[in-house]
Design a binder for this molecule. Structure first.
Ligand code: PLP
Length: 453
């Protein structure tokens, strides 16, 4: 059933690992002990030496339909043969319009205009730029301030790291954007440890927006951007009632609410978007990753009708938004996106994730009590497992050291691919996972925890 052929590539063993400066990677540790992947099918990766590795992370939260899915492979091949590239500045190709319509249908409410980018980072920066330009178009040009949240991740562009709340991603890159402030994050271990789904404690933290409005005045604030469920900092589901309060405050003060749905979009939480799962609709949402099931880079922003309409003023020959990427709505990405959306629909994968949520959550929460497990959180087909950090030679905490050990142990000894953020394991299996796959995944994670504790 899967189109991927690995026989050729498994014989390929790179003999020089020097030239590739690897992203978000401990390059020297990797070179000392490489983890090389040559193929993938279904729930598994295949290593260069032919071992099958269970994919506990859907690649990087993106391969929601699993790997090597033939309908997507065929669509990409056919599109490459038919139309390799088309500009989308002042021209268009049919698949771009079809995909935009399909995404508009999938998104709740009147989120129905789609701007395409090529990654989650570009999507975040696009949404922030649209927010500022929107208020200018509406004659409120002083509304330029952007509010992010601690522990937020919005990619690595200057906009995204400015509103983002991960110090490691910010501290080396200068002054960042001016005119940014942050809400507090919503995690409190004492109040929330080992919660299934949305914690009961924490809705009041949305009221911190009132404090920022009092400090800066709403007349200077363009938008608030949050991940409805913070993914990269360890799977932090929103406290019950939090998003509702944030929405109400944004409405009260005429502030746009942006959801970064790069991880939560396309079924991760058992619904097309988190906006639907939580019943709270933003003014814009960003997407990437799962839109093509990770096969071809693509990202974008879906805006409500009123946001789009604000730009459609002035002389019709004028470009309304001076923004876009050469590869916005690239034909290969559009073809992959249409095929992925068809697969999600035909296999009912979002509902499947919702159905599996309880079994997945129960299995993951059963890791409570293993030595060094500090907290476990789960929602949809996502879970975060906080591990006690390893010590350095002087006996002090060495954050991240155990995380890397877990990656190495998983890959080399337990045949599982894991995503680690610091010392937190984030599980996000492809949505095609069976209950057996989930049991195997949790079993291997238990092995990794024991081996690194
Ligand atoms: N936003 C969120 C919420 C993400 O999780 C990510 C990536 O993990 C991004 C943005 C950045 O996406 P990309 O790596 O495609 O630029």
């Amino acid at each position: 059933p899967h189109a991927a052929s690995t026989s050729q590539s498994t014989s390929l063993a790179p003999n020089d690992l020097d030239a590739f400066w690897m992203p978000f990677t401990a390059n020297r540790a990797f070179r000392a002990r490489p983890r090389l992947i040559a193929g993938a099918e279904g729930m598994h990766y295949v290593t260069v030496d032919g071992r099958r590795i269970l994919d506990g992370a859907a690649g990087l939260w993106c391969c929601n339909a699993g790997h090597g899915r033939e309908p997507i492979v065929r669509a990409i091949q056919a599109q490459a043969a038919q139309l390799d590239f088309s500009p989308t500045f002042q021209y268009g190709h049919p698949a771009a319009f079809t995909l935009a319509s399909r995404l508009a249908e999938l998104a709740p409410g009147d989120l129905n205009h789609v701007f395409f980018a090529n990654s989650g980072s570009e999507a975040a920066d696009t949404a922030l730029k649209i927010a500022i330009a929107y208020w200018q178009a509406r004659g409120k040009a002083t509304k330029t301030r952007l509010i992010g949240r601690e522990r937020g991740y919005h990619g690595v562009g200057f906009g995204g790291i400015s509103v983002g709340g991960i110090s490691g991603n910010r501290k080396s890159f200068g002054t960042l954007l001016a005119g940014v402030d942050h809400l507090p994050h919503t995690y409190n271990r004492a109040e929330q440890a080992f919660t299934h789904g949305q914690p009961a404690w924490g809705a009041h933290l949305a009221d911190e927006l009132e404090r920022l409005v009092a400090l800066h005045d709403a007349s200077t604030i363009a938008a608030v951007i949050v991940e409805p469920m913070a993914g990269s900092t360890g799977v932090l589901p929103p406290p019950q009632g939090y998003l509702e309060r944030l929405r109400a405050l944004c409405d009260r003060h005429d502030i746009l609410l942006i959801y970064d749905e790069v991880i939560t979009g396309f079924g991760r939480l058992g619904a097309p978007f988190a906006a639907e799962r939580f019943g709270v609709v933003p003014d814009m949402l960003t997407f990437a990753k799962g839109v093509t099931s990770g096969t071809v880079p693509m990202g974008g922003v879906i805006a409500r009708a009123g946001v789009f309409e604000a730009f459609m003023q002035g002389p019709p020959h004028m470009i309304e938004l001076f923004h876009g990427y050469t590869y916005s709505a690239h034909p290969l990405a559009c073809a992959a996106g249409l095929a992925a959306l068809d697969l999600y629909r035909d296999e009912d994968l979002f509902a499947r994730a919702r159905k599996l949520e309880k079994a997945f959550g129960d299995a993951v929460q059963a890791l409570k009590g293993l030595p060094g497990v500090l907290d476990i959180r789960n929602i949809g087909l996502a879970a975060g497992i906080d591990l006690a950090p390893a010590k350095d030679d002087a006996g002090k905490d060495a954050p991240g050291k155990r995380g890397l050990a877990a990656i190495e142990s998983g890959f080399h000894d337990h045949d599982v691919l894991l995503r680690l953020g610091g010392d937190t394991i984030a599980l996000s299996p492809p949505l095609i996972a069976s209950e057996d796959d989930i049991a195997a995944l949790v079993d291997r994670v238990a092995g990794v925890i024991a081996a690194t504790g």
